[in-house]
Design a protein around this ligand. Sequence first.
Ligand SMILES: Cc1ncc(COP(=O)(O)O)c(C=O)c1O
Length: 476
Amino acid sequence: MTVAALGFMPDRGSDTPIFEQICAAIRSRIRSGALAPEERLPATRALATDLGVARATVVTAYEQLMAEGYLRSRRGSGYTVCAMGEVELSPAEETYPAQDLTEHPPLSLEAGEPDMRLFPYRAWAKCVSRLCRTRPEEMLTGCGGFGHPELRQAIATHVRDWRGIPARPEQILVTSGATEALDICLHALARQGGTVAVEDPGFPPICNFAEAQGLRVRDLFVDAQGAEVPTVGDGTGVVVLTPSHQYPLGGAMSAGRRQSFIAWAAQAGGWIIEDDYDSEFRYAGHPIPAMAGVDAQGRTVYIGSFSKVFSNSLRMGYIVAPDGLVDVLGTAMSAKGARASSMPQAALAEFMHRGEFYRHLRRVRRVYAERHRNLVDRLRRDFSDVGHVQDHHAGMQVVLHLRDGLNDQKLAQSARAHGLGADALSAFCRGSAGLNGLILGASLNDLDEQEEALERLRRVISSTEKSPPQERIFRT
Ligand SMILES: Cc1ncc(COP(=O)(O)O)c(C=O)c1O
């Protein structure tokens, strides 16, 4: 077709960039049938001259339309129109109303869940579509045993820039989440019949994995500095820690305690598994570097997750193995048959490489910081007769430590019955009796929803029968 037949001139007074105007014009002509399937578009140079724009502007527009599935390019024959049946994406001028894409749980105080209404669906769709079109084989193959090479590279850069870990891509093993990574690490590092020490309270699946492997589990009491350090020679071979943001209490481990753990590992010949599941969400002060970045002995295995910063459903996490452990952990990974789906790996790598991931991360961090602040303020203002909170300026949840006479299990059950989905703190405890609180999600609701959820929680607490008084201590 000729340039004139396109029948379009850019509006230079418009706020819409010219390349987007070109995209919109071609898109609407394809959708109306004015441009037929297999029809050739004007050559980029000719269209650029005719429209009085730079050739790069036209190239950008054509590439965008290719990514969206409207055009294809064949060597020597320029750009041609795809049949509409091949178009995979909605037109770019359409917005993505969140309720069409995700079912947002109404007013849930569920902890640790990202608000998927903030997810950059369009940018992600473009990335996936571009890959399907240009490197489709990589969606199904090309990941090797340890993950897609580009994703391993992107993760190495990420942990270096955000967590202070000087990792090389060869040290990265991509898993289907931090949970699987924990299982692999225990499988690889714990000695048969040995002892694994876990934080109490802590993340319940760790004990399940350890016990399933016939390992003894030792509870590490958590105080204001973090978990207690095992004694050298007490049989503990592996400790699993959440030093950046203790799960579920929320505090950061003190620098002194970190050093004590590193010293313990060196002296006992033990291993530290650092579960850094949501460390990107720190809202005040400087980021706290990961232990794996300061452990010069190389006895700390680092685990990260994309469940909080990206999407829980993506099921993607990773291990940063110290140099000497890459093969050991890789073998354990294969022995367990563990492998993350290859489908999203190249797309995620590109998403990170293009900066979209970081745009999203900065945005959600800003939003969650505000929600976190509001939740802490509201709990302090309106729930001081119910219990107390400590603001750790981090993470996606806040613990409301209940005063004596209120039973967290009973309250959590009533809250669930009212659709609020709060968790009882005591359900995450093993030996440490006395912890009694509600774990409240700070990220899922916007500020108005949060207000409503808290009013509902207030009513639930008032109407729930008070338990007989019990001896309780507060630990934060
Ligand atoms: C402490 C801790 N570790 C690991 C995970 C699991 O992460 P993933 O979804 O990547 O398996 C969670 C999830 O909430 C968690 O709280």
